[in-house]
Design a binder for this molecule. Structure first.
Ligand SMILES: Nc1ncnc2c1ncn2[C@@H]1O[C@H](COP(=O)(O)OP(=O)(O)OP(=O)(O)O)[C@@H](O)[C@H]1O
Ligand SMILES: [Mg+2]
Length: 315
């Protein structure tokens, strides 16, 4: 029986605790599992395992999920999900978009303003624009004021990101359209796209922004959101989104599984965001909803991720 190290952050919130227990239970169906937190003893503790199931997202500030795969490579321990370089690319939304564009994959027009720089007067993008921190996730730094319609509010939103996060601000065209999120699973000889999950914001109370701001996603307003799988898109567009997601998966060097957020407007798709190590909280995480819509149990989802890694390393 393969010995699996279940690698997690050293501090876990309630969601991550639940995820850890659920992943552990699923893996124990087929493997011998030991939880190995990512802390100062990690390099010593991880040696000797056949493979690591990587769930660690919190090592350091800018480089977060890069450390664990880099260390596992150094020690020649096989692991699930993306390698260090792919995580490094996906942490920076600007770099991710540049890579996607260079592969002809559609993403909203954008520019980046680093701390100490000014918003260019002649930026050439069409309002409304959205301003996001360059390297955060989980909708951190996204508020009603993040969507702007003129230069004054744009400058204020960029300054707020600089002051609050001490990092660059990504300014991009706000796509007023349907939002879908896409889950991908690597299989034997192809990357499978799970049923697309449409996120319908239309039931939110009057006056609330119709996008995944921090308060909509994380502060109770998510009860007003409807999740619809498969997404209600015309067939040709649905196929285009699936195809773009598969190409993005390859272009970014992702592995085993990933999640990407898209918006669709006037028959065209735009990739907003790529998650190279999505959470697997049962029922709560979007990828678990998509797996369910595909008729997969939670345990099957977890096992398919590790089986993909096992195949890659020839274990
Ligand atoms: N260009 C855009 N046009 C329209 N809506 C956008 C755009 N960019 C972001 N949003 C809205 O903000 C949400 C969060 O943006 P994004 O996915 O880039 O941030 P994140 O914090 O990395 O998300 P995650 O929780 O997936 O890590 C999106 O789900 C979408 O609702
Ligand atoms: Mg997102």
């Amino acid at each position: 029986m393969l010995r699996v190290a279940l690698v997690c952050d050293s501090e876990l919130d309630e969601h991550k605790k639940e995820m850890l227990e659920s992943v552990r239970k699923a893996l124990e169906k087929k493997f011998s599992v030991t939880v190995v937190p990512f802390n100062e003893d990690f390099m010593r503790k991880i040696k000797g395992f056949d493979i690591a199931f990587n769930m660690a997202t919190g090592g350091g500030r800018d480089s977060r999920q890069v450390h664990v795969p880099a260390i596992l490579d150094l020690l020649s321990v096989p692991y699930t999900a993306a390698p260090a370089l792919a995580h490094a690319i996906c942490i920076d939304k600007g770099v991710t978009k540049a890579v996607l564009m260079s592969h002809g994959i559609s993403t909203a027009g954008f520019f980046v303003v680093h701390p100490g720089e000014k918003v260019p007067e002649d930026h050439g993008l069409n309002y409304p624009l959205i301003v996001k921190p360059l390297r955060e996730g989980s909708s951190k730094g996204l508020r009603k004021e993040s969507v702007v319609n003129d230069m004054d509010s744009l400058v204020k939103a960029v300054e707020w990101v600089h002051e609050t996060f001490n990092e660059g601000a990504l300014v991009e065209e706000f796509i007023e359209g349907t939002e879908v999120t896409v889950g991908l699973l690597e299989r034997e000889d192809a990357v499978e796209v799970l049923p697309l999950l449409e996120i319908d914001f239309s039931g939110l109370p009057e006056g609330v922004e119709r996008f995944y701001s921090d308060r909509v996603k994380n502060q109770g307003l998510d009860v007003y959101i409807k999740y619809i799988a498969p997404a209600r898109l015309p067939e040709d567009l649905y196929k285009k989104v699936e195809e773009a997601a598969r190409r993005a998966f390859k272009a970014l060097g992702l592995r085993d599984y990933a999640r990407m957020d898209f918006r669709i407007k006037d028959g065209r798709y735009y990739i907003l965001d790529v998650n190279s190590l999505p959470l697997l909280v049962p029922e709560y995480s979007d990828i678990t909803k998509m797996a369910k819509a595909a008729g997969m149990s939670y345990d099957d989802l977890v096992l398919s991720i590790i089986e993909s890694a096992i195949r890659r390393y020839g274990l």
